[in-house]
Design a protein around this ligand. Sequence first.
Ligand code: SME
Length: 166
Amino acid sequence: MYDFKPETPLAPEELYRELLAAAGALTDGEPDAVANMANVAALLWEFLPDLNWAGFYRVAPAKSGGADELVLGPFVGRPACIRIPFGKGVCGAAAESRATQLVTDVHAFPGHIACDAASASELVVPVLRDGAVIAVIDLDSPTPARFTEADAKGIEALAALLSERI
Ligand code: SME
């Protein structure tokens, strides 16, 4: 059994240092992308307080054979929308722009996709490989403005770690 949950509340820098160390250890030498995303989704859920969804959308072919889109990957939380076109919602905006989306109020975000009505704020970080987006990491919270620049920096470091591991 792995016990990676932090024992006491930590300052963001320490929290993300420990989260990255745990993610690095869990994915080290493991080539299976689904296993790695599943364990990292579980770690995000264990480490980060006040979430109602944590997980991945992968870039994959559309069912109809059209342009690539985001397809639901491993996550913790309520069942979610399966396919999201680039440019749609917060996840689609992150994939299309290849830039982090830190949304303090999802109801004010044009085109936000409400997978869970409880979500109030959201952080989506693209995972890039050779400059192309291969997935996004999506965190949702029931608390408005839950996520800060420190969270964005921490999840961006996690995305960089996972670039060659998912
Ligand atoms: N709210 C997201 C959709 C994914 S769910 O939150 C898991 C969005 O607008 O892209």
